[in-house]
Ligand binder design. Structure first.
Ligand code: MN
Length: 318
């Protein structure tokens, strides 16, 4: 069975250094070494676990918290480095662009350059930019370009702003607060909320063909969709469709970081196997653990094939 994964990360030395203050000592040691490698180390781990293709993107916060000029330069540099690796291993690697979101027009141009010039499959955006979510119309040139190019945007979590950190996550030992705010809970509620904000702002009425991908088994959307649907009715929102319709027709989810059956069964029931794609979140999650779970998950043969590779092949043209 061919296996494709879509939320797999790297970074460049320049982005690592530029984000040093924000990362505050996170992502060091072996993790840092795995992130910077786009060659033998990554391929050996994929081979061992039975991962055929990684669609690779820059890890959060990428170039989104830098001044616009630096963001444009370091995004371009990262995309060019990734394109070189994809060219060196065309059957094994593919790319999602990193975008200089502090300058949305430049971000739209970089998306076009990377898709038409470098063969990238879309973009991955890490949550808010300086506290502004993508429902802000200033960012819509990015969606307009993605829609025109026919490529998806992967919406990935990032670190919360200081205000959110203080209001929602403070009050515990620093490492506990930091994890609660990110991979332990906060990343996932914030990213699910971010998708709802796109729906409520009318992004999908303006760009009906646009496809958004979210990781982590749907960032809590499958579990709470019926409630949102019931409360945020078209009468209340003024939108053309129900919230659930937008989520089922404009959103794909991946399994990145979530390798247990209960949330998978929930996502299958709510969204269906055509909207779910296998992913790992390398190097933060284990390729081997994820692949072992995929093989054992309670899926029909046909659904396992869709989730492992079929949906990604169709959506990304792989
Ligand atoms: Mn990730």
């Amino acid at each position: 069975m061919r296996v494709i994964t879509l939320e797999e990360h790297f970074w460049t030395g320049a982005l690592r250094d530029a984000n040093r203050a924000l990362l505050a000592g996170r992502l060091t040691g072996e993790l840092a070494d795995n992130l910077i490698d786009l060659g033998p180390r990554r391929l050996a781990d994929m081979d061992e676990a039975g991962i055929d293709v990684q669609v690779i993107s820059v890890t959060a916060p990428a170039a989104q918290e830098l001044d616009p000029k630096t963001s444009v330069a370091l995004s371009r540099d990262a995309n060019d480095q990734l394109a070189e690796a994809v060219a060196a291993h065309p059957g094994r690697f593919a790319g999602f662009a990193t975008l200089p979101t502090p300058d949305p027009e430049a971000a739209a141009a970089e998306l076009e350059r990377t898709v038409t010039g470098l063969g990238f499959k879309g973009a991955l955006i890490n949550g808010h930019t300086g506290g502004r979510f993508l429902d802000d119309p200033a960012f819509w040139p990015i969606f307009e370009r993605a829609d025109a190019l026919g490529v998806p945007v992967y919406l990935h979590p990032t670190y919360p702003t200081a205000t959110v950190m203080e209001a929602y996550y403070a009050g515990f030992e620093a490492p506990v607060s930091a994890t609660l705010a990110t991979s332990g809970w906060g990343w996932h509620v914030e990213t699910g909320l971010h998708v709802l904000r796109l729906v409520l702002a009318g992004v999908f009425d303006r760009f009906p063909g646009l496809q958004i991908i979210v990781g982590h088994m749907g960032e809590n959307l499958p579990f709470s969709l019926a409630r949102a649907d019931e409360r945020l009715t078209p009468v209340a929102t003024g939108l053309k469709r129900t919230v659930g319709d937008y989520i089922r027709e404009n959103v794909y989810i991946t399994t990145a970081g979530y390798f247990t059956d209960p949330p998978l069964l929930c996502a299958l029931t709510v969204l269906g196997a055509d909207r779910i794609m296998f992913s790992v979140d390398y190097p933060f999650s284990s390729n081997a653990r994820a692949r072992a779970w995929l093989d054992a998950a309670p899926l029909s043969g046909a659904d396992r094939e869709k989730i492992a590779h079929g949906n990604a092949e169709r959506l990304l043209g792989l």
